[in-house]
Design a protein around this ligand. Sequence first.
Ligand SMILES: CC(C)(COP(=O)(O)OP(=O)(O)OC[C@H]1O[C@@H](n2cnc3c(N)ncnc32)[C@H](O)[C@@H]1OP(=O)(O)O)[C@@H](O)C(=O)NCCC(=O)NCCS
Length: 447
Amino acid sequence: MKFPVDLLADVSQAELQRLAHIYMNDLLYKNPDSPERLALPGSPEVSINITSVGFLPLYGSSDEHRILALFSPSDPLTAVALYLLDQWWTVEDILRTADPARDGALEVETTGERIVLYILNRVIYRTKEMSSDELPFLCHGENDHAKILWNDGEAVGFYSVKPSGSLCSASSDRRYQLPVMDSVFVRTCHRGKGFGVWMLEDFVLTYKDYYLGLKYPLSKSMYKVCDKYLRQYPGDADLLWEVESVGGPKQRTSISRKLQAMNLKSKSLTFTGDSVITEVTENKMEDIATQIGEPVSVDGTVEEVPALRMSKESCEAMASLLPLLSMLLGFLSVAQSQLRVFDLRATGLPADVFGTVKPDGYVKVFCGASTLGITSIRHNEVNPWWGEEFSNFSAQENDILRLEVHDSDLVFDDLLGVCQRQIKPGTNEHDCFLQEGGTIHYSYTLG
Ligand SMILES: CC(C)(COP(=O)(O)OP(=O)(O)OC[C@H]1O[C@@H](n2cnc3c(N)ncnc32)[C@H](O)[C@@H]1OP(=O)(O)O)[C@@H](O)C(=O)NCCC(=O)NCCS
């Protein structure tokens, strides 16, 4: 039996859409009391009627290319089947192939392969298999470079790449400065079998370059994959970089050195005591390319807020001055201050990538284009609180208040999450979920 990816090798997206519209027209005139039904593996049958089907955009924001989907009554936002050619196909069948030659990491080219990529990313990962400490990938575009990993007649994962020189986004003229692996995924039931490393190897072999990027922030599992890869290929230590934005010189961090620092931190705190920390010398820290000119928002768009870059020493020096600064600002604010941010508390901050070391959390506070300040670092604290208050004299209603929660590290601090919202008059309290895990609570007064 052939599956959609085998049948759709030469079928255009326009043809699929035309057939789906004809089917929809027929459905309008069908007797609603005796609907067609589709059997789903391990679930009750789903009735197919005009209320349970709808068109989905295949490439995210573009509404031009759409596929007809069937939704389950228990979860009306998740597609359980697609109408392709002249029949309904369950999600699991869409991920299968009858072609034995379809094996290994293969370029996504045909309409059928684009649909498989969509299902893996938007249905399997996004709605079923993404864990709370991972970030969703954006939709893949019509021309995005991607490969699907086929194994034993099944699509088990994918990765996508922004090639060097390609545009960062449609609304920007900035271009990627190196090939960047933009997304990578292996189905949960196939993890731990080496497929992650396999795709990384394939990326290295396909995009031969002096430097290769992996999109920031890497998930914990992806650090493990890189660690394993670099142990297998120690000669590639300078090849892999964690990259923000387009990967300019100040937007890359050496993955090999970051892993070394993580291993050091992990070992120093777990096994050998704090003395090991001093072995990471200042010189070594300077060797490592620093990160990040532009912060990236949750949805992946680059914001224009300049990032605050400070050395660890200046962070700590500033933190120690904060009570005094806050007091001075407090005096001034009696007459002038409009915005006051206070009562910063976090809960459930994540441990390091190896799950062994508690976080050293601190918060950077911004309003509009102004930097309001930075809290002290709360060492080894999963549920830290900070007594500092921050003021701004010229804030206005609807300005963006932005809090960045970081985990201070020996070499590079990790961004645990960003919260931002438009400020409103009065005293307000908010809780915000952090992308890497945990929650931050804060209050502010405007007016
Ligand atoms: C990251 C991901 C692609 C790895 O896929 P995978 O097929 O499990 O990776 P591999 O089997 O090649 O694993 C390589 C090594 O990393 C280890 N590893 C991977 N994930 C791990 C985890 N969560 N915890 C501990 N070890 C892990 C494996 O055990 C293996 O080491 P070993 O062979 O010494 O046991 C997969 O976990 C995934 O899809 N995650 C969700 C999406 C994601 O995080 N993508 C990356 C975005 S940056």
